[in-house]
Every structure is written in C-alpha cells, then in structure tokens.
Design a protein around this ligand. Structure first.
Ligand SMILES: C[S@@+](CC[C@H](N)C(=O)[O-])C[C@H]1O[C@@H](n2cnc3c(N)ncnc32)[C@H](O)[C@@H]1O
Length: 392
C-alpha cells in the first residue's frame, strides 16, 4: 500500500475509508482543519455528501448512471455514490497523493469494476471526456473556493439531460462581504443586504447559468444547501435552447436598506423610490427565478424514508425546511432588523408563519438564517402581523 503511515480507517454511510489521521489536524476550537492534511477529508462536510446521495437517488430513481467526481480528494464522495446511489464512473484528483488514497479506498470497498481512478487536472479531464462519446449523467464539482473555473469543462461531456452538483466555499465574495472581490470574480456591483446567504446563491446560479447558456445548456436549480463554510447546489442541465429561461430568470433585486423593502425587477432603468423617499439599491444582474424546487425536495423526503444509512436527524431537518422554503421565491427578511425598525419584540417564528398563511400568503422559515422569514406577503402586512402578535 502506497499511503503515508499516519492514516486511520473511518466509516461514512456505507463506505469504509482510509483518511489522514484526523487527530493530527485539530484546531484550537477542537474541529478538524482539512486544509492542513496532505489529502483533504472533512468529516463535517458529511451533510453535503448525504444530501448528494439523496439527490442522486431521487433524480435517477434506482437507474444506473455514469458520473464523474472531478475533485475527489480521498474519493469519499464518488465511493459513496457508487455504493449508495448505484452510480458507476470516474473519481479524479490532480494531486498524486489523493490518487493513492482513491486507489486504496476503491479496493477497500471492492469497487474496482464500478470506479476508475484518474489523476488529471479537472478541466483537462472534462475536455477530454467531451470527445469519447461517453455521456456523463452526473458531474460533481467540489473545489477549494469557487467552482466557476470548472463549470464550462464540466458541462461539455454531459448528456441531453443531466444533473450537476456544485460546492462553493467562497461565501464572502458571493455574499458581497467585499464588493471589489465580488466585482472581480462575479462581475457584479453588489450591496449589503439582510439576505446575504440567499444573495450568494442567486449570484452563483446566475453565473453558472450564463456559462451554461453560452454552451446551449439550460440549467434549472433544484436544490440548495447552505452551511457555515459552504454552499452545495444541484442543477438539472439540459441540452436545449436556454433563451427562454435566461430571459425570464435574469433580473435585478431592488433593496431599501432603511425600510427593508425589496423585490425583483427586470428593467434596471425603470426607477422608483422606497417608501421613505430614498432610491433603492439595485443588485444584479442575477437569478430571480426560484433557486430550489419544492417538488424535488418532496421527492427527497420520500427517498429518505427508504435510505437508512444517512444521518437521519440532520438530513430530515434540512429536507423539511427545504420543502417549505423552496415554495417561496421572495428573498428572506431578517426579522430582528424588521422588529428593530418597527420597535416590536421578535415574534414566535412559527406563529408568524402560521398567521401569514391564515391570511392567504406563502410563508416559511429558512435554513439560510435562523432569523430569516421568506414570504410573498407585502412588507406592510408582515409588519402589521408582527405588531398584532406582540399585542401592540
Ligand atoms: C475540497 S477537496 C475535495 C473533497 C472531496 N470531494 C470530499 O468530498 O471530501 C478539493 C480537491 O480538489 C483537488 N484539486 C484542486 N485543483 C484541482 C484541479 N485543477 N484538478 C483536479 N483536482 C484538483 C485537490 O487536490 C483536492 O483534493
């Protein structure tokens, strides 16, 4: 075996894996720091991998599919996809040390007939696969930082209808924490908003859709997950004219920082004022269609009932949230800020959601922010409902 001496055997889902000895890479806060390891393995990204398995089982519905895990590290994700979702395919990493781990982990899980390990630069592999006549049904892009450098080469080998799973850890630039970085990477003048984590998803989705569109692919977002240090999103990619989608889903968000009013608009030149007379900030172009599909989330819930090896409690909590929050497209409102504005106490979130639904609106909490409310109710109605609940 070609692996370094300090390795341990771990279990995740149905997979057994050799990984670098995690106890050697513990930070002061007690968490493992994967960036220090010779080969990347992050136990706290398990939810992202569990959700990947669920999404694949829901999308491919027990049918065999061909996949590429482009940036595989130890191979954990690809190995789990083969064992738990029935995929066959390629696990790839440019780092020769990662390649050695992948080879041993494939053997350990007896997947030599299902998985081929590759040691190539990801874009080179994507481009190469384009000319093999093998159509890829699922591609997984799990980079350090931004996925953007890998999008185009990943799309090229896809079949007529495929799924792509994308991670992004550059949450700062995506959420407009540093405007210059956002402009440099995503070509967008952004602004400080209260729905930062949702802004990042809309920006990322728009950028991927734009690249896909140039290659005549339409992408439809079906699932998003946001955790402290990463986003994980899934898109259905179809080889069909993207014009209708891009013209419908490309737009702007207007936002009033003092009144907290917000909304979507198509035409950046059509001007109007916030209710306090100020001009709204305009952010975009970005994706203004839904970024998750409630029907897909419902399918995940059904699949979860039959999938016993996932970390059920955490996955179930996420899927239940997803199902509800995906039904509301409007950017979430930070209730603590809204309550400060109208000088009311924070209401019980569940009661507020219930009351808005009784009034005939859509409303949901969001896993993106514990203080966030997604609703299609006008802001004035949300404010009066909060005041009503607080007895004012
Ligand atoms: C975040 S880690 C992948 C983790 C893995 N997917 C998992 O679930 O544990 C990113 C990996 O991408 C690899 N990598 C970075 N740049 C690459 C490139 N241009 N081509 C192929 N692999 C690359 C790194 O060696 C690293 O193992």
């Amino acid at each position: 075996m070609k692996l370094p001496r300090k390795i341990v055997l771990v279990e995740e889902g149905l997979a057994r894996l050799y990984v670098p000895d995690l106890s050697e890479y513990i930070r002061e806060d007690g968490l493992v720091e994967p960036a220090w390891m010779p080969v990347f393995y992050n136990p706290s990204a398990r939810l992202s991998r569990d959700i990947t398995i669920l999404a694949l089982r829901a999308f491919f519905n027990d049918k065999k599919f061909f996949f590429v895990d482009l940036l595989a590290g130890t191979g954990v994700r690809g190995i789990r996809i083969a064992l738990e979702a029935g995929g066959v395919g390629i696990v790839n990493d440019v780092d020769p040390r990662a390649f050695d781990f992948m080879v041993e982990n494939i053997k350990l899980n007896k997947l030599e007939s299902e998985l081929a390990p590759f040691n190539m630069e990801a874009n080179a592999l994507g481009n190469l696969l384009t000319f093999t006549g093998v159509f890829v049904d699922y591609v997984d892009i799990d980079p350090y930082g931004s996925p953007i450098p890998y999008i185009e080469s990943s799309l090229k080998p896809l079949g007529k209808k495929a799924l792509i799973g994308v991670s992004a850890t550059d949450k700062g630039p995506l959420a407009c924490v540093n405007k210059d970085k956002t402009l440099k990477r995503y070509w967008l003048d952004c602004a400080d908003v209260d729905f930062k984590s949702e802004l990042g998803l809309r920006l990322l989705t728009y950028n991927i859709a734009l690249r896909a569109s140039a290659m005549n692919y339409t992408i439809t977002p079906v699932l998003y997950l946001s955790k402290a240090h990463y986003y994980r999103v899934f898109y259905v990619a179809e080889r069909k004219n993207p014009f209708n989608v891009i013209s419908k889903c490309r737009g702007y968000i207007w936002y009033c920082p003092t009144t907290l009013e917000r909304g979507f608009k198509y035409d950046r030149d059509k001007e109007f004022d916030c209710s306090d007379g100020n001009r709204p900030l305009l952010i975009g172009p970005l994706w203004i269609c839904p970024i998750g599909d409630e029907n897909f989330a419902r399918r995940l819930l059904a699949v979860l009932e039959k999938t016993l090896f996932l970390q059920r409690r955490e996955v179930l909590k996420y899927v239940e949230y997803a199902q509800k929050e995906f039904s509301v497209n409007e950017p979430f409102i930070r209730l603590d800020l809204l309550c400060r504005k109208i000088r009311a106490d924070m209401p019980n979130m569940e009661l507020l959601v219930e009351r808005l639904e009784e009034l005939g609106f859509k409303a949901s909490r969001t896993h993106l922010d514990p203080r966030g409310l997604k609703t299609n109710a006008p802001l004035k109605i949300v404010e009066s409902t909060i005041l009503e609940l607080s007895g004012k």
